[in-house]
Design a binder for this molecule. Sequence first.
Ligand code: MCN
Length: 780
Amino acid sequence: MGVEGIGARVVRKEDKRFITGKGRYVDDIKLLGMTHAHFIRSPHAHAKVKKIDSSAALKMPGVVAVLTGQELVDDKVGNLICGWAITSKDGSPMKMGAWPAMAPETVRFVGQAVAVVIADSKNLARDAAEAVVVDYEELPVVADVHAAIKAGAPQLHPEAPGNQVYDWVIGDEAATDAAFAKAANVVKMDLTNNRLAPNPMEPRSAVADYDAAEEHYTLYTTSQNPHVARLVLSAFYNIAPEHKLRVIAPDVGGGFGSKIYIYPEEMVALWASKKTGRPVKWTSDRTEAFLTDAHGRDHVTHAEMAFDANNKITGLKVKTYANFGAYMSLFSSAVPTYLYATLLSGQYNIPQIHAEVIGVYTNTTPVDAYRGAGRPEASYLVERMMETAARQLKVDPAQLRRSNFITQFPHQTPVIMAYDTGDFNASLDAAMKAIDYAGFPARKAQAKAQGKLRGIGVSCYIEACGIAPSKAVGSLGAGVGLWESAEVRVNPVGTIEILTGSHSHGQGHETTFCQLVAERLGVPISQVSIVHGDTDKVQFGMGTYGSRSAAVGLTAILKAMEKMEAKAKKIAAHALEASEADIVIENGEFKVTGTDKAIALPMVALAAYTAHNLPDGMEPGLKESAFYDPSNFTFPAGTYICELEVDAGTGKTSFVNFVAADDFGRLINPMIVEGQVHGGLVQGIGQALLEHAIYDANGQPVTASFMDYAMPRADDVPSFNLSHTTTLCPGNPLGIKGCGEAGAIGASAAVINAITDAIGKNNLEMPATPDRVWRTIHAA
Ligand code: MCN
């Protein structure tokens, strides 16, 4: 390993730009003649739009236009779509209710746009929106899953009788029932996975610019996947033929999944720019973000786990109601199905699993992938079941897990996933050692003597990430295959540009991707630059989500590097009059092995472009590209153990220790990986203790501000104790497993397992607020 190569704790290159205020975000974009959009949003969860009177607003100075949902329909701008087809158990396709970018007739959640004001300034647009009168006729509301599935419940979409999107199953039901019939013990649980709001630092934003002369659109947008945005916008929404639309995602301040999708606002901005003949900017405020950014989680589940007389798991049955909100967003259908139920085997040998997932429409904000996307829900369920089982079977929770671990790889689970590698005992051992698991009973007794309830909670998570194999995701219903692209350009002076289809919005790609180049060529990372986020610069890419950028994106870069290096070696061999087989690359030089003959990379690059001394028949230039489509997902796994104390008088939880032992295969930059784990753990703890997007029975969001939606702050979380075990991923040549979501997947079960251990009561829903914990302690 060089000082900046693979495995080095290199400080993030991009941070200089961010911490000196030089980041360039969408809201920083200012174009000549730019207007500002302000959306008029429904205050009702379900209503008919009877009339929109914009006459007063249109008379206000500086108002350019007031555009409505009906005009959008008249202009044949397509509806938003869900791109992942799921089939119900009766063979019928999922039921997609039409989702126009602004509602012409019916609004189905608070915050859905019905019209937009375009004005010379943001404040003028906001003021004029006050003058637009919308006449609504309120309709009956279903605000949660329980209300939506009741017989005779008000219906959201004519396409979806009973508000049901699909009723999907996986696994062998008869074989699972047979396993339960023979069980020595059955553990049963009802679980709720609370709805979350994503809250990245930078709110969503779009600047759209239509050039009438060229009939060309440019869209600056806060996207995690600009190429997919361009494809979807042009193919499905009739915004433009693809080559007439350029999408640029400049610096993006976090996304956590919520910036994967196409949202109404950027579609409307593009359309409005064409209609008004001027650039249009829209930037969400925090309230709009709470109302319109796709939410996460929101499952209601009943689960049963069967054990034989030796405490071996013999079966798992799961029935989950997944709340989709009012419409199906781009990835939404896959989240509670293929990203959730396929992980229900956890780290365990479970011979039979049967899961049924019923997707349900409600009058709430649409729900889609949020950090972990289905996998936190699966992990939470399995790990709460294991803890509950240990309590019911009166065995040590760590031991029950260990005795059921999968130890042979590859391992085919009964729910599609084929785990390629792992060492679950190693991460459990590392975590138990780090927290001194054996010493816990003595610490608990000591705490009790001081009037504190102390608990310990284990969570052994596994996830499938590095989201790709095109064949796999395609066969599971994805509308596109998922792979990644890369191009390596060595400039005539020897500097290196890496063009990637991944999109960094906080993950540190500008550093870790350069580290691969530094490792292979022995050049400083300052000699390497990363180009991403612009559909005119990078030919195509699938973007960043599903912890895929290292395992898939970096491997594409490796493939392109290998091609470039092979050509560069030929040039070097020719220049040095040596055999190509004798050329090695070291410290930025091409050397003839065993001699002192060498030529520096800039000289090789210069030779490639000056081209008068190249091997016969060689094309000039030094630029190569590659696409990489792996053969499987990657399977990061680990153990988190949380030790905490609960104050029985107040219900308040205080962390004592939180240890995480993760297996991410080869680490490119351990410091960046630690940062990723820290962030994920904080989000998992946030879900467990604080965060909950709540609606009242009328579908009114009651947590649509930071006053009411409690984000975790620094003093809400402990200082984490991290370690790594390593099994190299056999699915990519670098042996990498993704790390970007693990913390959020494994943390919440560890926390709730610890609290329930401390208070001696097993049923506790998230978020475990002091009030809820106190009531659980003191419940009869
Ligand atoms: N890495 C590494 N060694 C490994 C694995 C990864 O050094 N074995 C490095 C990678 O090179 C990259 C980072 O760790 O710099 C994360 O890599 P990866 O796990 O491949 O995840 P992605 O880059 O694809 O990022 C997506 C992931 C997801 S799905 C969510 S959600 C999430 C997350 O990343 N959103 C984030 N982390 C986030 N971090 C920030 N700051 N902001 C977000 O919105």
